[in-house]
Design a protein around this ligand. Sequence first.
Ligand code: F58
Length: 818
Amino acid sequence: MAVGPVVSPPHSVDGFVKEFLRELNFGTGVLLSRATVNDQYVALARTVAHYLAARWLEGGRTRREAGVKVVGYLSAEYLLGRQLGNALLATGLRDIVEEGLESCGINLSTLRAQEVEPGLGNGGLGRLAACFIDSLATLNVPCIGYGIRYEYGIFRQTFVDGRQVEQPDAWLSLGSPWEFPHPEAAVQVDFGGTTEEYVDEDGTPRRRWLPSWNVLGVPYNYMVPGYHNGRVNTLRLWSAQATKAFDLQIFNSGDYAEAVRAQTFAENISKVLYPEDSTPQGRELRLQQQYFFVACSLRDFIERELPADFDLHDLPERIIFQLNDTHPVIAVPELMRLLVDERKMDWDEAWAVTQKCFAYTCHTLLPEALEVWPTEMLAKLLPRHLEIIYQINDGFLREVREAFPGDEMRARRMSIVTDYPERAVRMAYLATVAGAKVNGVAELHSQLLRDKVLPDFSEYWPEKFTNVTNGVTPRRFIRLANWNFTRLINETIGTGWVTDLDRLAELEPYAEDPEFRARFRQVKAANKERLAKLLVARDGIVLPEGHLLDVMVKRLHEYKRQSMKLLHILSTYEQIISGAIDPATVTPRTFVFGAKAAPGYKMAKETIFAINAVAATLAADERTNHLLTVAFPANYNVTLAEKLIPAADLSEQISLAGKEASGTGNMKFALNGALTIGTDDGANVEIRELVGDDNFILFGMSEPEVADLQARGYNPAAVYESNPLLKRAIDLLASGHFTEGNRDAMNPLVMDLLYNDRFLALADFQSYIEAQAKVDELYADPDAWSRKAILNVARTGFFSSDRSMREYLDRIWHAKAL
Ligand code: F58
């Protein structure tokens, strides 16, 4: 029976106001006259959510009835950003809502500012997942995003004496109006115990798992609305709960702590997002998280999304699970266990099904970031899965030995299980063996993945490897984040670009139009003003007017080289105060950093300290503070990115070539009319190819040059000795100038640069500052600069996540729009 939408969107302001007040009174339980801003925000969010929910329920039903293939995106992270603005955009309700609220004496922006963003991710990987599910909904493709509902997301960063201090991110403390919990649909997840052999009713010998403890996974559903198309997909995040809330007998005996021990233990699984995994206890919890969410998700899909009598041999026709990095790869043996142990499917048949149900995306090239699980830990937590992994590996190595007789070294290299430095399972190998496809996230990265990380595999299965260059959603990162620019684009080429970003190419002729360029500059100026207002209110940071805005925002990591950016600032400053350059010739610049360091990452934290110390000293130096400003607002997140990126003139993408898998910030900046200064790394390569050499400021070694230098032996101290500018910059940093005379304070960073410099910042320094000089020169001609900036916008429509999704759909998922 077809059930129509329960609530249809309001066509009138009055209709909306009625719904809103009803929600405020009966949902939130307050009168408008007594409602706090949060009450109003929650009531508004709920009202908007209800309009979406009608489409959501309807869409879910038609999808299940149609029996179409679904994309199951398995990701440990989703960095969603605020929901309200996006929901208003998707439904087209913004104007009605604004007017309706006004008639109640409420300002929409005030309510929007009330929302705490769900920071359920560390950086680009989590944000990419959010862009992808947005695009799939907009393309009308059925997708369920599966992940973890962390009670505490990425920590809230504060600075105390310039050093990062992490605060818990209690994003749920005021409730989340966007989630729909379903405790009745909780799924049990087992852990621990042993395995045994037994003979089933048919006399077949089988193995089974006898787990020793379990937890419940409670699904929390979130709506993922498409843009103006009525499609609403689901993001299903799992929260861990104890199977037994507490032991009443122990409680009555007075041991309250013991009585709730099981509960605390279980709930720890979804307590916090992992920013790192350096401690052994932390690592075990992380494995628990990973298994927890994929076990819930697989069971959920098979038992709740498919008909009860579904023949699981046909599973690949109904689902493709995309493995977002190695974090969900334990889903592979879990699916095998479900099919073989629980559904009694023949091993070979189950393996054939499994190999069609997964595809794997790799997001890194750093060897230390490729997950490896000690077999000892697996044996303790997931003994049956370990057996299954061994069996998969045996079968796979048999194949390899057949294909390459006598090449035992190759079989050892390719083994999913390694013995060195400890016996462990290489999750990237498992994903590659199980996955129908393996992809990197930019051309260069996919090439290096094939050539350097998985060369034996790409030789064995060349057709398995492919590239899909990342993309970003134009809805959030242009349309929502940059309304000033959106208006200009709409007036010039219409609104079609929001769902067809290639149409930005129609802006190209306007790069030659002086009036359009002037308007483009007005947009930048307005965005800078908006940012300045925000930073004063948010951080007490004052942005000077009329400066080139030079922005570097991303996770703090040595390979990204925030310290090299700092050396450029130091060098410019040093040259001014030493009289080496005439201040009148310096382009006034404000450098903005936004970055969180993983709590246990020492050198990253030292870099934060150094940036803050330099920022403070420069702010106080009358000789230079009208020319050079460093701003480091704490707690960089999606919400701040939406204000920062549209204001930027210059985008810093300066990773060591070969280390940044793709980058997605680079795309957001280019699409918002910033020029990139960057290395030939990740998606920078493709950005430069598209915008043209004249419109991209390239510097630094190429990946082969890096490899070559490393092979020859790199000595940073020698570079320091031979480059006077560099030497003076580092000496100044080490001198105590930025730390009230305390020379020790900068020592860890200085020593590391001089004697380690793993990511060759000193080697690229000269090339970097020369490129920065070119930036100054270009910026001196506003017309020429804006021409280049406009061409960046017009030529980067390729980097829409809609395009990325189409590529995944065509080449990897073989799924279709409804
Ligand atoms: C990022 N990875 C890549 N990892 O660094 C970036 O080049 C790429 O554009 C992006 O993925 C999307 O493909 C990334 O963000 C993490 O955040 C790790 C997650 C696990 C814990 C350590 C950080």
